[in-house]
Write a protein of this length. Structure first.
Length: 203
């Protein structure tokens, strides 16, 4: 069982990260957190992963950093990003994620990437449009847009911690277009290097 000291330290780290991201305009929210085999923080909600602790979470999108800071004063809430408000995320399995990240590195275009202990990767993109038909038909690929959320580092899971595979600082806090990321994932699906990416980067 995690100790009270561990929870306190983790809450401080999560709060600091939430404040920093909110200052940058990221729509962050507090989410439920793992305790003894279940997710705590929101009464009456049973789930297998983090969900917003506030029922009116949609109305809280865009809350300023000073108010965001108060959300993490009591519990080590997960750190969630509300997608569809300037930032989206494309979720893939870890094998496909590694191949897509490799394709992006090959052409010198790193993008912010998150990995979870559940072997899922999230590629952050600007909010623009949906998945291409081919990617949308792939059961290993999900677009998180309006009305959804993803979990940000350093949120805890039952068996590990969400972490950055590529930190936003590496990309100068620049969020890529969805076309760039989708082309990389498409190349990874077909295992063909950089044919889409060079054209996209030159647009």
């Amino acid at each position: 069982m995690r100790s009270d000291n561990w929870r306190r330290a983790f809450r401080v780290e999560l709060r600091a990260e939430a404040i920093g991201l909110a200052f940058r305009g990221w729509p962050v929210l507090p989410g439920t957190y793992p305790v003894a085999g279940h997710w705590a923080g929101r009464d009456g909600v049973e789930d297998t992963g983090p969900v917003p602790v506030h029922a009116d979470w949609r109305d809280r999108i865009g809350t300023k950093a000073d108010q965001v800071a108060t959300w993490w004063t009591g519990q080590p809430y997960s750190l969630l990003l509300a997608t569809g408000h300037g930032l989206d995320a494309i979720e893939v399995g870890d094998d496909l994620g590694r191949r897509a990240a490799r394709a992006l590195r090959a052409v010198g275009l790193p993008v912010p990437i998150i990995a979870t202990p559940e072997h899922r990767w999230y590629f952050l993109t600007r909010t623009e449009h949906g998945l291409t038909p081919e990617l949308a038909a792939n059961p290993d690929i999900t677009l998180h847009g309006d009305g959804a959320w993803i979990t940000l580092p350093p949120s805890p899971y039952q068996h590990g911690v969400v972490h950055w595979r590529v930190k936003p600082e590496v990309c100068g806090w620049q969020i890529p277009s969805t076309d760039l990321v989708q082309d990389a994932i498409l190349d990874a699906v077909h295992d063909t290097p950089t044919r889409h990416l060079v054209a996209t980067a030159g647009d």
